[in-house]
Write a protein that binds this ligand. Structure first.
Ligand code: ADP
Length: 364
């Protein structure tokens, strides 16, 4: 398998460099040296890919039947949160097909010409991976429809009434699109994918498996209880698990005897401000303000942001998604509300609803 060019085209949403390292350590986006290390930790074959049993099985069938027919498989869409393994799967698809892969991203394709240049130089059977495909520019998207359906691009020469479209052939290829926001994909684009794989967050046991594999590749001595401790704080995300493993390894090498067990993992993650369920300093500050200052809400996001000294956008995009997923915070039309689990996480008891508070039955 050849992995040619284009990687440089990727403009990925990196974690905001303005946020401090305590926030970065649990960011689902690649930060600092992640990209380099991740390349060496990526699973290479479908059998090495941990978790996602449904997607793996479905994809296995799609690839096997394509191999038997000797034709490229249908175009494949992978959707799911950042860090769950979409890029890794795209590379595995190419490896399993014995095909070359070209990698680019939606934001890197600003003009139709950018995409035409890539498409017309594809080799028969190539995989074209477009990350963040929902961010592709509209004229390029229209060009992509025709390429996906008819293996053709129409290059328009000239402007106005004298313009002519010259059709160019595109070698049969498989598009693998990845998106963190499947809902933002236009209908016509979504319809042109023959297979969609939805990636879920990982179970702790699956993350332990990811960690064991990474530890072996990085020559880290990881004890089972150390793996369990790190997995529980990784927010269901392999990218975060691998990053925490590296931070704990550093700590183990400098402050301990190099072995990562539960006490070492706990001490290291305490130092990095990552608590037992993977909340960092900002997440806890948001919960704390919501519960202690505003009695559990409802409170508006801007008020909450002022209380923790952050921009509303940072609270909304960095802290809230995981707090909502962890069942600690609810977004309601009247503002943010802490759930009883949030109170419990802070060691407090949620107040019982007032006796005269409207109940569900009042509305019946
Ligand atoms: P995405 O493209 O969804 O943001 P990536 O494919 O870049 O995610 O995955 C980030 C890192 O997490 C990879 O370097 C890889 O090491 C690890 N990873 C992701 N999914 C898995 C998995 N299922 N098994 C093992 N490692 C994984």
């Amino acid at each position: 398998m050849s992995e040619r060019g284009w990687s440089g085209d990727r403009t990925e949403p990196e974690a905001d460099s303005a946020t401090d390292s305590a926030t970065d350590v649990v960011s689902p986006y690649p930060v600092a040296d992640d990209r380099e290390v991740e390349a060496s930790l990526r699973p290479r074959r479908l059998t090495e890919f941990v978790g996602q049993p449904r997607v793996r099985e479905q994809l296995g069938l799609v690839l096997e039947s394509a191999r038997r027919r000797g034709r490229p498989p249908d175009h494949i869409l992978l959707s799911g949160a950042p860090g769950l393994g979409k890029t890794s799967l795209a590379m595995i698809i190419a490896a399993e097909l014995g095909a070359g892969i070209r990698v680019t991203s939606g934001p890197a394709i600003e003009r139709a010409g950018d995409l035409a240049a890539i498409l017309t130089t594809l080799v028969d059977g190539d995989v074209l991976f477009i990350d963040e495909i929902h961010r592709i520019a509209r004229p390029a998207e229209e060009l992509l429809y025709v390429a996906m359906e008819d293996y053709r691009v129409d290059v328009v020469i000239g402007k106005g009434p004298g313009a002519t479209a010259i059709p160019l052939a595109v070698a049969p290829f498989t598009l693998v699109g990845a998106t963190t926001r499947a809902g933002l994909l236009t209908g016509p684009l979504r319809d042109r994918f023959g297979f969609t794989g939805h990636m879920d967050f990982y179970q702790p046991a699956e993350l332990e498996q990811v960690l064991r594999r990474s530890a072996a590749l990085l020559a880290v001595r990881l004890e089972p209880d150390g793996a369990e401790e790190i997995a529980g704080r990784s927010r269901g995300t392999p990218r975060i698990a691998n990053r925490l493993l590296r931070r704990v390894r550093d700590f183990a090498e400098v402050r301990a005897d190099g072995v990562v067990d539960r006490p070492v993992a706990r001490a290291a993650l305490h130092l990095y401000d990552v608590d037992e369920i993977g909340l960092d300093r900002l997440d806890r500050a948001v919960l704390d303000a919501l519960v202690r200052r505003y009695g559990g809400g409802p409170v508006g996001v801007s008020t909450l942001a002022v209380a923790v000294g952050e921009e509303p956008q940072t609270v909304e995009e960095v802290a809230e998604p995981y707090l909502v997923r962890a069942g600690l915070l609810a977004r309601t039309p009247r503002g943010r509300v802490a759930t009883p689990a949030a109170w419990a996480h802070l060691g407090l008891v949620a107040p019982a609803p007032a006796a005269d508070a409207p109940s569900l039955f009042d509305r019946l």
